[in-house]
Design a protein around this ligand. Structure first.
Ligand SMILES: [Zn+2]
Length: 186
């Protein structure tokens, strides 16, 4: 009787572990990065007209000043950095797409976001082709700065201490982003 009870619970434990693993295959975090990048449009709100990375938006400094608020201008056009912990997007958890605040180009989906604990919205990958990188030497050590391919706006820096599977941490200024929830208005 005892032995039978033991076998039953052992069988249940194995079954539990297997079904547990199946359940883990579902959440977005375990979808492959390829899949997240390929299917990013599934998170785009209906009716949102996303511009293409191949349609450049070139404006003069004065035109940018008019289009952006002071903080957005400072980050996007002057490569500034917002104070950590100030962006409401740190706490944003809804499904949707993050677009460039300068030109509306989709740059990340909600499935690419994670909590890095840094006080800046952080992502482990991007929508393909959204950003171009360059090395910046403002601090003593070189850092990889990235900017929007459509409008050239500065967004943040990418580091190699992110989570698996990419190991990347795209540390983005919240003011450089606009969040478009999949349902409802931004
Ligand atoms: Zn842009």
């Amino acid at each position: 009787m005892e032995r039978r009870g033991f076998l039953q619970s052992a069988a249940l434990a194995v079954f539990g572990a297997l079904s547990g693993r199946d359940a883990f295959a579902q959440p977005a975090a375990t979808k492959s990065v390829d899949e997240l990048q390929k299917n990013w449009k599934l998170l785009l709100a209906e009716g949102f007209k996303a511009p293409l990375p191949t349609e450049p938006l070139k404006l003069s400094k004065d035109e940018w000043r008019k289009r952006l608020d002071a903080q957005q201008f400072q980050v996007l056009r002057e490569e500034g950095t917002e104070r950590a912990g100030t962006s409401p997007l740190n706490a944003e958890k809804r499904a949707g797409v993050y677009v460039c605040a300068g030109c509306d180009l989709p740059v990340y989906t909600s499935d690419m976001k994670y909590e890095s604990g840094t006080g800046w919205p952080s992502f482990f990958t991007t929508i393909p082709g959204a950003f171009a990188k360059k090395t910046d030497y403002k601090l003593l050590l070189p850092r990889t700065e990235y900017h929007c391919v459509r409008c050239g706006g500065h967004h943040g820096h990418v580091f190699e201490d992110g989570p698996k599977p990419t190991g990347q941490r795209w540390c983005n200024n919240g003011v450089a982003l606009k969040f478009i929830p999949k349902t409802g208005k931004a």
